[in-house]
Write a protein that binds this ligand. Structure first.
Ligand code: AMP
Length: 230
């Protein structure tokens, strides 16, 4: 576990594995995994004021306005569990958000996950999440040239979550029409951030070419090498 700060951003198209690797790496580094998507989904499920404001954006696959998103992120990273740093999954998603983040804090490293788009669509369609705790599974079994991304199934044959026994469901926005819209939004609004972080010397591009546990090890090694933090 790290004895000092590490602040990480995971960048990549929806379905590139940001959530899966963040979930695995966060306990190893002892820093929280922060997903703005999870925060919004929880708010929608609970019917809070924030949930009412963001519901339509999530359903259509468009982005929640920067003003709301930046405020939510700011509040989240000011919590005591972020003292030693954090892993951001799904934030920033616009240049505006990236610039706002730089005003609030110093990011150490940005990991860009790369995966061919046709596989992204397959992975998104195969994704299942626990409706109680949000843990991610995947039923897609992908072979692509030498690349093999096997399914990530629960140990429990009943198809319930290993962690909490919750029901595994498909996310509403993992349906085909919404997937297309989310990918379009990614290309138009999020991709420009790649150049922004490249210019800062913080970007490391990682090819998604191995099963999840192996990928998590590979990324952890890169983080340790690049930041000099154990
Ligand atoms: P995710 O779980 O990261 O795929 O996010 C699900 C949805 O939440 C997105 O399609 C957006 O509608 C919204 N969302 C999550 N993070 C952001 C962000 N940084 N900026 C704007 N909208 C976001």
């Amino acid at each position: 576990m790290v004895g000092f700060m590490v602040k990480i951003v995971f960048l990549g198209a929806p379905g590139s594995g940001k959530g899966t690797y963040s979930e695995r790496i966060s306990p190893k580094l002892g820093v929280p995994h922060i997903s703005t998507g999870d925060i919004f989904r929880e708010a929608v499920a609970k019917g809070t004021e924030l949930g009412k404001k963001v519901k339509e954006y999530l359903e259509s696959g468009s982005l929640v306005p920067d003003e709301i998103t930046i405020q939510v992120l700011k509040e989240r990273i000011s919590q005591p569990d972020c003292e030693k740093g954090f892993i951001l999954d799904g934030f920033p998603r616009t240049l505006e958000q990236a610039k706002a983040l730089d005003q609030i804090t110093d990011i150490d490293i940005v990991i860009l996950l790369n995966l061919p788009e046709e596989l992204i669509v397959k992975k998104l369609a195969g994704r299942r999440v626990c409706e109680k705790c949000g843990k991610i599974y995947n039923v897609a079994d992908i072979s692509y040239g030498k690349l093999r991304l096997p399914p990530m199934l629960p140990k429990n044959p009943e198809g319930v979550c290993d962690e909490c026994g919750g029901r595994l469901v498909q996310r509403e926005d993992d349906k085909e029409e919404v997937i297309r819209e989310r990918l379009k939004v990614y290309h138009e609004l999020t991709e420009p951030i790649i150049e922004y972080y490249k210019n800062q010397g913080k970007l490391v591009t990682v090819e998604v070419d191995a099963p999840a546990d192996e990928m998590a090890e590979k990324i952890l090694k890169i983080i340790r090498e690049k930041t000099g933090k154990e």
